[in-house]
Design a protein around this ligand. Structure first.
Ligand code: GN1
Ligand code: MG
Length: 543
């Protein structure tokens, strides 16, 4: 015999009795302080003594507070207090129903919902997926709780009412825009928290932590707000990125590699867009976080630099057949050294912040090198150098290394993928990685161009890319190193003169400090230029 003790013999109690009958209980009795009847066997306070006779009990009061109160007392007394689900209700197998809750006739409790203790989902109500109904709450007759909603404990949704998705607060999402972005890419309902991430000078980057097995949180995605001062046309940037990464996936797969780790995978918004535009018109994009990888701000071991060279060489090779001219030029004339020089001269002339007086020697250094700025641009215009798919920001810290093997794994920061010169990508790597100090080292005695690192890079790069490059391109590589370093210095100095509007800075003369390190490297490269050429000849097989 299956018996049930019901506390509360009012209207709702009677509904529960009928339901229990359908569920196969054959002895069903009430405790009630006021009601009389043959099936009322005592007052509510008799629940303790009745426990000898009854093992299973529920509290069937319409009042939310009373229902929760008596449910908890029954539990404390050691009763089994099951959820009562009418046979006509539809409950997802993934829904969690806590003790003493009720799901009445034709109610729908959808996928991944949570129904708290003593909650009541009344006849015909719908609780849609990923929603949660708090302890002792009442979802009224025929009401609708839409997906991803949270109904507060003890609260009441009126009969026929519709509850629209209420957003959870996401830890670390300090701005409305960031929170909107988290939701736009569909992480809102489950995301544990977001945290600033990375060291870029241009975009704002966050890691998105999600719950994984074992109750831990792990970063699974990266969210980035793109800087529209720099990237005036985010749609085009994302178009370039999606088409290049999708192309790379295919190449990597055909080479037997792991396409999920060896290139970035970007994720579209829930509405299928390449990026999300927030209320202020700022674009956000999302990509997969590549686990077990590391990123270095500076060469710690020479092999790392060699590995990075192989990665960038491989990148050039893998994209060797990609039609470079189909890419958008998202920052026009990005590495046009002639134009960079012109912009710099204008910044010196206008000197809007009256800062030129603080950097006369640096200005002179740059101005003396006007002729150099034309060297590769001229070869491009003459058709002596071809356009390639270039990355245009080939710093060491734009490569992820495999934590386990130490090999170069994946090239990141694909914003500036554009048609460009191979020499510029090569050169930018040298500028950043063949330096003995960080880009913003104040003590110039520590900043040197390390020709051994240069040689290591040439070796790794040409092992991968030698067959793709033309003889003229090979010969252009050492110039690429000099010119990218000079250009970067000029850009830092111009930004300093213009009041630091482009690069993020941490202190007032930050851009000037950066410019100085670059010029220091340029000078040393000039002194060792013959050797730089010979090294390329050695590994390029041209001697
Ligand atoms: C900028 O954001 P980040 O650090 O990857 C810049 C590069 C510079 C570099 C200097 C779009 O890159 O061109 O070489 O700073 N990117 C852009 O560290 O201007
Ligand atoms: Mg960059």
């Amino acid at each position: 015999m299956k018996s049930l003790l019901i506390l509360g013999a009012g209207g709702f109690g009677q509904m529960v009795k009928e339901t229990a009958g359908l569920l196969g209980y054959d002895k069903i009795v009430f405790l009630d302080d006021a009601a009389k009847g043959s099936d009322v066997v005592g007052k509510c306070c008799d629940y303790l003594v009745k426990h000898e006779e009854y093992q299973v009990a529920v509290a069937a009061f319409g009042n939310n507070h009373t229902r929760l109160y008596w449910t908890d007392r029954l539990l404390a007394a050691g009763y089994e207090v099951p959820p009562i689900v009418h046979p006509s209700a539809v409950v997802s197998p993934s829904a969690v129903l806590e003790q003493g809750c009720f799901v009445m006739q034709r109610a729908v409790v959808n996928t991944h919902t949570h129904i708290g203790r003593a909650a009541l989902i009344n006849s015909g109500a719908v609780v849609d997926h990923d929603s949660s109904v708090g302890c002792g709450a009442h979802v009224g007759l025929g009401s609708i709780v839409k997906a991803n909603c949270t109904i507060a404990p003890g609260s009441r949704v009126e009969a026929g009412e519709v509850i629209f998705s209420t957003r959870r607060k996401i830890e670390g999402a300090d701005s409305r825009a960031l929170e909107d972005a988290v939701y736009a890419f569909g992480f809102g309902p489950h995301c544990s928290y977001v945290k600033p991430f990375g060291e870029g000078h241009i975009n704002e980057t966050y890691a998105v932590y999600m719950p994984v097995e074992g109750g831990k949180d792990e970063p699974l995605y990266v969210l980035q707000r793109m800087n529209i001062n720099v990237f005036k046309n985010p749609g085009q940037v994302m178009e370039n990125i999606f088409s290049v990464t999708e192309y790379l996936r295919e190449v990597i797969r055909s080479e037997g590699g792991d396409a999920d780790r060896e290139t970035l995978s970007y994720i579209k918004t829930k509405s299928g867009e390449n990026y999300f535009e927030d209320d202020e018109g700022q674009p956000w994009r999302c990509l997969n976080y590549i686990s077990d990888s590391v990123c270095y701000q500076q060469v710690e071991r020479p092999e790392q630099f060699y590995e990075s060279a192989r990665s960038f060489g491989r990148f050039l090779k893998q994209l060797g057949d990609y039609p470079a001219e189909q890419l958008f030029e998202t920052i026009p004339q990005f590495h046009d050294t002639v134009k960079r020089f012109r912009d710099f001269s204008l910044a010196v002339q206008s000197d809007v912040k009256n800062r030129a007086r603080l950097c006369r020697p640096e200005i002179a250094f740059a101005l003396e090198r006007e002729k150099d700025c034309g060297i590769l641009m001229e070869q491009l215009q003459n058709g002596q150098l071809p356009l390639r798919v270039t990355h245009n920001d080939t710093k060491l810290n734009n490569i992820l290394f495999d934590k386990e093997t130490g090999r170069g794994l994946c090239i990141i920061d694909l914003d500036t993928i554009m048609p460009g010169l191979a020499a510029n990508d090569f050169g930018d790597s040298i500028r950043f990685g063949a330096s003995t100090a960080e880009e913003d080292e104040r003590d110039l005695n520590r900043v040197h161009f390390d020709i051994h690192l240069y040689e290591l890079y040439v070796k790794g790069y040409l092992e991968m890319a030698k067959d793709v490059l033309t003889a003229q391109e090979l010969a252009s590589l050492p110039w690429g190193a000099r010119l990218m370093t000079l250009e970067c210095g000029i850009r830092f100095l111009a930004d300093f003169l213009q009041g630091d509007t482009y690069f993020k800075t941490a202190y007032p003369e930050h851009n000037l400090v950066r410019a100085r390190t670059q010029f220091c490297l340029v000078k040393e490269m000039e002194e060792q230029f013959d050797q730089m050429i010979k090294i390329v000849e050695k590994y390029g097989g041209t001697v």
